[in-house]
Write a protein that binds this ligand. Structure first.
Ligand code: 289
Ligand code: CA
Length: 160
């Protein structure tokens, strides 16, 4: 009593291989889906996916679109992520919004979560808060950041 019988062990082994088979099928399906999505719409870096919605919207609307899709606005945390976003911008020939902003405190740029930024790639002389109204960040094809009015409309790129 308490020991696993040969029959039970055999059953467990068969169940394990059935689970493994399902896992491999899921992995293949997910790889295929990822390739299809990224072909036209995005890039992957490590575990992160950057995907564009192809539309240009103001910051608040972009934030809602990304949140409703289960993601957030693209916020590069290193040079590789910055480059992945830049590639989408070059491919789509549009200028995108990043999630990074100083809406809460002027000059204190943070991720949408409120966390302090640990990486930046400002263009020369930026951020300049031109006309005192630039609390969001845009990325043009140079990959360099410019602070910009959140009311302007820019390409939506979400991260997942
Ligand atoms: O409204 C100002 C913006 O169009 C941008 O103009 C120039 O490119 C620079 O002064 C930028 O800093 C500014 O965001
Ligand atoms: Ca600026």
């Amino acid at each position: 009593k308490g020991d696993i019988s040969g029959l039970e062990l055999d059953l467990l082994k068969r169940q394990m291989s059935a689970v493994n088979l399902q896992l491999n099928l899921l992995r293949d399906a997910s790889t295929k889906l990822k390739k299809a999505i990224l072909l036209q719409n995005g890039r992957s870096v490590g575990e992160k996916l950057f995907v564009t919605h192809h539309r240009e919207l103001n910051y608040e609307a972009a934030k809602v679109i990304c949140a409703n899709a289960g993601g957030s606005i693209a916020s590069p945390r290193n040079a590789a992520e910055n480059n992945a976003i830049k590639e989408i911008i070059v491919q789509t020939e549009k200028v995108a919004f990043l999630g990074i902003n100083d809406l809460r405190t002027e000059g204190d740029f943070r991720y949408p979560s409120g966390e302090e930024i640990g990486y930046s790639n400002w263009a020369s002389k930026e951020p300049n808060n031109e006309k005192g109204i630039e609390d969001c960040v845009e990325m043009p094809s140079s990959g360099k950041w410019n602070d910009r009015s959140c009311g302007d409309k820019r390409l939506v790129i979400c991260e997942f």
